[in-house]
Design a protein around this ligand. Structure first.
Ligand SMILES: [Fe+2]
Length: 183
């Protein structure tokens, strides 16, 4: 026998075998408005703590043992065909942190207004810029000028411009952008 109810309280307690700690909910059922203790059975590999106010589908296994096998936040269905979303709920019952897997293969974390970067490629281009800059500093610190004046003679002479020994730096970080992961 299955029943549909509303979660009124969530706590951690022992399961039927008193071996493992599980989420135990007080669930109010719509038909007769009684409140009963229900153990949450999550999918393997998923740890979801239910929230007060969620709708819950409960399965009666007999012997006074009931398990909650599915919960619903009663939030609008707003995904594209084939899209998957994992989210948390804030204290106001609204979606908070979320991960979306889009049908086009994009992985979107939270609002997804920017893109993830590849660290190793970014590090490589940054180091290129750093090395070029340090090389330029070294050239600058050791540069000299050629003069036609006689030192200490008080004569007017001219000083030649420095002969440049530095090269332009050309780091390129376009390859660090991860098109398929938005953050
Ligand atoms: Fe100079």
């Amino acid at each position: 026998m299955e029943d549909f109810g509303t979660i009124k309280k969530v706590e951690i307690g022992k399961d039927l075998d008193a071996e493992n700690e599980k989420y135990i909910c007080d669930v109010e059922f719509q038909d007769n408005e009684d409140v009963r203790k229900v153990q949450i059975m999550n999918m393997s590999g998923v740890n979801v703590r239910p929230r007060v106010g969620q709708k819950i589908l409960v399965l009666d296994l007999g012997g006074g043992f009931e398990i909650g096998i599915a919960t619903d936040d009663m939030i609008d269905a707003d995904l594209e065909d084939g899209e998957i979303e994992i989210y948390s709920i804030d204290s106001n019952g609204a979606k908070s942190g979320k991960v979306k897997i889009k049908p086009n293969g994009e992985l979107v974390l939270n609002d997804g207004t920017d893109y993830a970067v590849k660290y190793s490629k970014l590090e490589s281009e940054f180091n290129k810029l750093k090395d070029d800059f340090n090389s330029h500093v070294q050239n600058y610190n050791s540069h000299t000028h050629v003069t036609t004046a006689t030192v200490d003679a008080g004569l007017v002479g001219s000083i030649a411009a420095t002969t440049s020994t530095s090269s332009p730096s050309s780091p390129d970080i376009t390859q660090t952008k991860v098109d398929k992961v938005r953050i």
